[in-house]
Design a protein around this ligand. Structure first.
Ligand SMILES: CC(C)(COP(=O)(O)OP(=O)(O)OC[C@H]1O[C@@H](n2cnc3c(N)ncnc32)[C@H](O)[C@@H]1OP(=O)(O)O)[C@@H](O)C(=O)NCCC(=O)NCCS
Length: 219
């Protein structure tokens, strides 16, 4: 089973090279800059335009945020990460508290220098210290596998629709954190994006053209 110990080993293998980086809790005054950073990082990546800046706003307006971190380099925000409450609904109806990692973004131009790894490692340490049994996310297995994440099907844990696919992954934050647990993982309702809210949110940012590109996952 993948655990935090595996992740620490992976982290050493990654070899962190970023200097003068401060990781700290996000302040209310950082919200606009982090939304812009997320919009820049996610734009046209998974769909024409993106929704993650609105997701961050909705999460921060709700009650499900467990962790909100920024990476700062010489007073410039370079990255941000949120983690939220999730619920594992077991077959007998019992609910186990879990967490979901993301959105995670590093400013374009500063990616691939180890910043994302720093943010993820710190977040996993803090979530483990807070007593969360496991973290889940949707992401690239090649990237998140480095931190010990593996297919959620390992534990017979599915999406709310009962699905499994490579991108849906979990990580035990302590040995045996998911022992005896399986079921459907439900994320915060604040992840749901309505088109009218997205349109209103976009009004607050510089206009930007959306592109339909090969490899995008959504319309
Ligand atoms: C994903 C992201 C947060 C990673 O942060 P980062 O600082 O660029 O990543 P790190 O420097 O810690 O790690 C870099 C390594 O991860 C790999 N990597 C980075 N992003 C990746 C991705 N989306 N998928 C697969 N591999 C990725 C790179 O190949 C690189 O490995 P290499 O140097 O051996 O080629 C950042 O690239 C980003 O903001 N991307 C756009 C938004 C996004 O996709 N967020 C995650 C959604 S799940």
């Amino acid at each position: 089973m993948p655990t935090l110990t595996n992740r620490r080993r992976s982290e050493r293998q990654i070899g962190i090279i970023v200097v003068n980086i401060i990781l700290r809790p996000t302040l209310h005054t950082d919200y606009p800059a982090t939304e812009s950073l997320m919009r820049d990082a996610f734009w046209d990546l998974y769909r024409p335009g993106c929704v993650e800046h609105l997701v961050a706003r909705q999460l921060r307006s709700g009650t499900d945020v467990l962790l909100d971190l920024v990476a700062e380099q010489e007073t410039q925000l370079r990255g941000c990460l949120l983690a939220t409450r999730a619920r594992l609904i077991q077959q007998d109806g019992r609910v186990a508290a879990m967490c979901s990692l993301g959105p995670i973004a590093v400013a374009p131009g500063h990616q691939r220098h180890g910043l994302g790894s720093r943010l993820i490692s710190r977040a996993l340490d803090l979530l483990a210290t807070a007593g969360l049994p496991a973290a889940f996310l949707y992401g690239d297995p090649d990237y998140y596998g480095r931190f010990g994440f593996s297919d959620a099907a390992t534990w017979a844990i599915t999406t709310p629709d009962g699905a499994n696919f490579d991108a849906f992954m979990g990580l035990e934050l302590r040995p045996g954190g998911l022992d005896g647990l399986s079921g459907r993982l439900l994320d915060s309702a604040d992840f749901e994006v309505q088109p009218d809210r997205l349109a209103a949110c976009e009004q607050g940012f510089p206009a930007r053209v959306k592109h339909r590109l090969p490899g995008q996952l959504f319309d």
